[in-house]
Each structure stands twice: as structure tokens, then as C-alpha cells.
Design a protein around this ligand. Structure first.
Ligand code: URA
Length: 244
């Protein structure tokens, strides 16, 4: 007869294996440490043969191990009305309220409270640094709806660079998708990440951004993901991001 194994049980591991996989030493060495009372699980001295769960706090000589969390990469369609932070001092909803995972991931870069679109969350610090470091000049593409008509000279000025806080913005790509007398919808690609950059670029040519949505980071696109939904990045997508 097949006995069903619960998902939680599958996430348990024998302590010596867990320690060995965390680089503490061979299983035999780990057994010695356990037998000598140097290993604690959630603050209690562990016994030989103990099992540990992914979420347990394991220490050897009071130093945490097994903190080598599984790397986790999430793509969220951030809706407006959420702060891009782990915790908001003003008590507003944060993007973390939308994510229901055990992993301690955090947002990479920032989208304004009223901006929606593609946001990556991960616990991979190397990738997060790579994606946000200005030196890497990673393209980010937005759809912006602005009030009024964007003239050709304004569009071209935005592409060449405008002054934001007295510093000229780097070359950008601005493509008008559609416009009427009241508003213009355009696709904007920038590789800088200054605060409120897109809004302030338009402000510099006298235009107000009414709606802003990030649709791509490099060639990674938001696609058809619904607002507030998230999915794991595929291995291929993660490898791609590492090449940016
Ligand atoms: N530029 C902005 O102005 N806001 C964002 O959220 C992202 C880019």
C-alpha cells in the first residue's frame, strides 16, 4: 500500500545531510558535531538522527548554517497602490502583501506607488545588484500615458536627454504609440534608474504622466500576467538576466 507523504515531510531532511549540504563538513564530521552538542535546532541542542525542516533555524557553535536559502526568482505584476518595499513605515500595502511564499525574497529596484508593471523579487543578492547597478545600463521599458500632445521636437529632446535635477538624462528611446488631442501613449526605454525618472523626464518637457507601467526589463517581458499575479522565472529567464 502506498502511504501518502505530506509536502511538509518532503521538506524535512536528516540533520547530518542538511549540515553537510550547507558546507559544514562530511556527514560523519557533522554527526560528531551533533553528538558533541554543538548543533542546535531552533535554539535546542539537537540529537543524532534529528530531522530538520527548510524553515528551521540551525546553528553550529551558535553560528547559523543552512542559511544558504534556495534561490528564488519571482516576476510580479505590481498594481498601483502598493509600495515597493518589504515594510512600509506609513503602514501602506507593500508588494510583499501580494506574495505568499516561504522564501525571504525582496524587490529588485523600485516602482513608484502609482506605477504598475513588471517587478522582480528575489533572494539572489548578486543578481539584484547586477540588475540595479547603473554601470550595467540595463534597459527598462515603460508604457506612459501623458496629458496632451507630445510634439516631435519634445519626443526627440527626450531621446537626446533632458535636465533632471541639473543633470542630463542618458539617451533614451521614445516611440509614440497613439495620440489624440487630449493624450499621448508612448513606449519609453531608459537604462538609468533615477527616482521618478520617467515622470521627471516628461515634466522637463512640460508634460504630466497620467499612467505608467513597466513592461520589460531587457527582453524579459511582463506578458499577459494579470495585475497582482506573480510567477516564478524560468531557469532560462534567470540565466538571461545574469547575462545583462
Ligand atoms: N520612472 C518613474 O517615474 N516611476 C517609476 O516607477 C519608474 C520609472
Amino acid at each position: 500500500m502506498l502511504i501518502p507523504i505530506s509536502a511538509e515531510w518532503r521538506r524535512m531532511k536528516r540533520l547530518n545531510k542538511y549540515l553537510a549540504e550547507s558546507g559544514v563538513g562530511s556527514r560523519r564530521e557533522c554527526d560528531r558535531l551533533i553528538a558533541g552538542g554543538s548543533v542546535k535546532i531552533n535554539g535546542k541542542v539537537a540529537l543524532l538522527g534529528a530531522m530538520v525542516h527548510d524553515n528551521d533555524h540551525v546553528t553550529v557553535n551558535d553560528k547559523r548554517v543552512g542559511d544558504r536559502q534556495k534561490l528564488c526568482y519571482v516576476l510580479l505584476h505590481k498594481p498601483k497602490g502598493y509600495v515597493t518595499t518589504v515594510k512600509d513605515d506609513l503602514g501602506r500595502k507593500t508588494v510583499m502583501d501580494l506574495i505568499h511564499l516561504n522564501a525571504r525574497i525582496y524587490p529588485v529596484g523600485r516602482l513608484d506607488y502609482d506605477t504598475e508593471g513588471l517587478l522582480i523579487l528575489t533572494n539572489d543578492g548578486d543578481l539584484a545588484n547586477r540588475l540595479t547597478h547603473p554601470r550595467n545600463e540595463i534597459n527598462k521599458t515603460y508604457i506612459a500615458r501623458i496629458s496632451g500632445i507630445l510634439t516631435e521636437s519634445e519626443r526627440s529632446l527626450l531621446e537626446r536627454g533632458v535636465l533632471v535635477d541639473g543633470v542630463k538624462t542618458a539617451p533614451a528611446r521614445v516611440r509614440i504609440i497613439e495620440q489624440d488631442r487630449h493624450r499621448t501613449r508612448c513606449e519609453v526605454t531608459i537604462h538609468e534608474g533615477r527616482n521618478h525618472q520617467v515622470k521627471r523626464m516628461f515634466e522637463a518637457v512640460g508634460k504630466e504622466v497620467e499612467f505608467l507601467k513597466r513592461v520589460a526589463i531587457g527582453d524579459l517581458r511582463l506578458g499577459g500576467l494579470k495585475r497582482g499575479d506573480y510567477r516564478f522565472l524560468t531557469d532560462i529567464e534567470v540565466e538571461y538576466l545574469k547575462t545583462l
